[in-house]
Design a protein around this ligand. Structure first.
Ligand SMILES: *Cc1c(COP(=O)(O)O)cnc(C)c1O
Length: 400
């Protein structure tokens, strides 16, 4: 079968909730993926940062194969020899007190919402049913009903109501707006350190520090969604480290398994998670031994293969070289580490056609918010490959 056959099959039988590029991939290794015709591409999306460690990393593959032969799932009715070591290793690496594993990103967002609400009622003594959570305009935290209910993206909400109450949205990057929005019933602030899906929006310097202070002063839990920015993507283990702060709850997912398996976690720096009592929350697959074994190795790979430091140096190089490109389409280049956004001018007619042109040049990326090209290759990229990519990006940005 050729690409078109697979595309037709997807279109005939699948729900129509995606608009992918017409490239049918069948193999991946490190930075590269191949389509069914044998064409090779540099992956500059990294599955929205789930593939920070590169495609099919041999060490993670080995850990997964070994665990898959031993034990994959027992539910949380019983204990396994993977869960404790996973807890200990991730808490030590991230300086957390405790951890709660789930499967997807949206599930840990939901978990955090439940945790801070319950904390609000039992510890902060907010009147029953009155807890408020502050979020930011232009946020992306996933696709469940509660989460899309506090999205400011019209398409994410339209036709899906009614929604969960109790959320207030404020401008991102504006700490004064945050402080003004706090009431005695505010239990938490849920925010991305850099808005990834929102278009790689980097807040002003000092923002994280200042929201940390405001949270402390008002007894409000700071929940950082690091599902996309965490685990090395921005050149630090967590983006919060750029300003030397610690959240109360940190959410991780995506690269936690290096792309092999859906696993996510809530990491708790305070005792918030201790509000959960047996039976309050759970998930059949959450914390299963296969996922734990994969995550343990994926974290080791990030650290032992210096992917985090590499993301910092290569990200800086990539951004510097991108800034040298002289193109009338470019409005702004921004980002941190290897999370880079190129915002194109509106008169350039949208980023999609540039993604299609990049595909022809052997680079896969995806537009976000119509006018923004996001560049986020796996964290193992080296200078030679960046130079190779720059040549092609420059060529594509020169088309009229
Ligand atoms: C991808 C993402 C999510 C949702 O993760 P899923 O695994 O798709 O549910 C939540 N928050 C951020 C910041 C993300 O990038």
């Amino acid at each position: 079968m050729i690409s078109q056959d697979f595309i037709d099959m997807e279109n005939e039988f699948g729900a129509n909730n995606y608009k992918p590029l017409d490239v049918v991939l069948c193999r991946g290794e490190g930075l590269w993926v191949w389509d069914v015709e044998g064409n090779k591409y540099l992956d500059c999306l990294s599955s929205y940062s789930a593939i920070n460690q590169g495609h099919c990393h041999p060490r993670i593959l080995k850990a997964m194969m070994a665990q898959a032969k031993k034990l994959t799932l027992v539910s949380r009715a019983f204990r396994t020899d993977q869960l404790g070591p996973f807890y200990k290793e991730i808490c030590e690496l991230t300086h957390s007190h405790s951890v709660l594993p789930m499967n997807s990103g949206a599930e840990v967002v939901e978990t955090a919402i439940k945790a801070i609400r319950k904390w609000g009622y039992t510890e902060k003594r907010v009147p029953d049913g009155k807890a408020e959570i502050i979020v930011c305009d232009n946020n992306f935290h996933g696709r469940t009903l509660t989460i899309v209910g506090f999205s400011t993206e019209k398409q994410y909400r339209e036709g899906f109501g009614p929604f969960t109450p109790g959320f207030i949205s404020i401008p991102f990057g504006d700490s004064e707006a945050f402080e003004r929005a706090i009431t005695p019933n505010t239990v938490g602030f849920l925010v991305e350190p850099i808005q990834g899906e929102g278009g790689v929006i980097v807040p002003p310097a000092g923002y994280l520090k200042s929201i940390r202070e405001i949270c402390d002063r008002n007894n409000v839990m700071l929940v950082l969604d690091e599902i996309q920015t965490g685990l090395g993507r921005t050149g630090k283990l967590f983006a919060e480290e750029h300003e030397g702060i610690q959240s109360d709850l940190t959410l991780v997912g995506k690269a936690l398994s290096g792309g092999f398996y859906p696993i996510s976690a809530v990491l708790s720096n305070k005792e918030v998670l201790s509000v959960f009592k047996p039976g309050d929350h759970g998930s059949t697959f959450g914390g299963n031994p296969l996922g734990c074994a994969v995550a343990r190795e994926a974290l080791k790979v990030l650290v032992e293969e210096n992917m985090i430091g590499n993301a910092a140096t290569m990200g800086e190089y990539f951004m510097k070289q991108l800034n040298e490109i002289d193109s009338s389409h470019i409005k702004e280049i921004r980002g941190k580490g290897l999370l880079i956004g190129i915002e194109l001018k509106h008169e350039s007619g949208g980023a999609r056609r540039f993604c299609e042109a990049l595909q022809k040049e052997g680079i896969l990326c995806k537009e976000t918010h119509q006018h923004i090209l996001r560049l986020a290759p796996p964290l193992l990229i080296q200078k030679e490959t960046i130079d190779w990519a720059l040549e092609r990006i420059e060529r594509v940005l020169a088309i009229p």
